[in-house]
Write a protein that binds this ligand. Structure first.
Ligand code: NAD
Length: 248
């Protein structure tokens, strides 16, 4: 089960955190993984090297998803070079937190540029390739806060909720081409994105997680492997919540 041998996967923001875990897990299941990065070339190379050291196949591709033209051109080039693109994990994302009354317009713009427009540009470029192959898997990395909201995360939550609406629409548009499109909504996962929280903040947060702990990037990657696999062929337009019961 969950064999991905012969498939080519692109993971945006793959050089660290959840993206890195997705790269490693997809490669473990046989996929050739393209590790996208925007600034962390050395970190992306380290991910690719770690995968190849374990006998997997990986390469790196630097582009900024927020530069939608560059992202589309890069994905086009990756697909041409490999002759295919089977899996896209639109994982790259940023968080900018702040209460509504202190929200800056430029922060809202930046969040939507990366989290929404960036993800959509990648999906657009990937579907062009997948349509011709009449098969494909797209996963968007949203967030638990898209569905439950969170104090101080109005703009971030809005950007992550936008991705869910987009994914459901793309799922409907491309179902006839056998392309499945799903969303993963991680709960509170221990990564660099959450590392600036104090221990007291983390303790408080974990109290509202029925499983009583933070999640790991590897637990998100497992959902990603499942949705990428042939076994998930009948799953599309869905939101897979990996959140320890934080939102049910
Ligand atoms: P992270 O900050 O460790 O990783 C995000 C990655 O995206 C980084 O590698 C970063 O370089 C990359 N990135 C950012 N902007 C980019 C751009 N313009 N172009 C290309 N790459 C870009 O965070 P993470 O925790 O691993 O988060 C991964 C995804 O999961 C994000 O979309 C995040 O919003 C989402 N998420 C995280 C959590 C959590 O608790 N960590 C919870 C819910 C959702």
């Amino acid at each position: 089960m969950f064999q991905l041998t012969g498939k080519v996967a692109l993971v945006t923001g793959g050089s660290r955190g959840i993206g890195r875990a997705c790269c490693e897990a997809l490669a473990e299941h046989g996929a050739t993984v393209v590790v996208n990065y925007v600034k962390g070339e050395a970190a992306a190379k380290e991910v690719a090297d770690a995968i190849t050291a374990r006998g997997g196949k990986a390469e790196i591709a630097g582009f900024d998803v927020a530069d939608t033209k560059a992202a589309e051109a890069a994905i086009d080039e990756i697909a041409k070079r490999h002759g295919r693109l089977d899996i896209l994990v639109a994982n790259a994302g940023i968080s900018i937190d702040g209460l509504l009354l202190r929200l800056k317009e430029e922060d809202v713009d930046r969040l939507f540029q990366v989290n929404v427009k960036g993800s959509l540009a990648c999906a657009k470029a990937a579907t062009k390739v997948m349509m011709r192959a009449r098969t494909g898997r797209i996963m968007f990395m949203s967030s638990v806060v898209a569905e439950m909201g969170n104090v101080g995360q109005t703009a971030y939550a809005a950007s992550k909720a936008a991705v869910i609406g987009a994914a459901k629409s793309i799922a409907r548009e491309f179902a006839s081409r056998n392309i499945t499109v799903n969303v993963i909504t991680p709960g509170f996962i221990d990564t660099d994105m959450t590392s600036n929280m104090t221990d007291a903040m983390k303790e408080q947060l974990v109290k509202v997680v029925p499983l009583g702990r933070t999640g790991t990037a590897r637990e998100i990657a497992a959902a990603c492997v499942y949705l990428a696999s042939d076994e998930a062929a009948y799953v599309t337009g869905q939101v897979l919540r990996v959140n320890g019961g934080m939102y049910v």
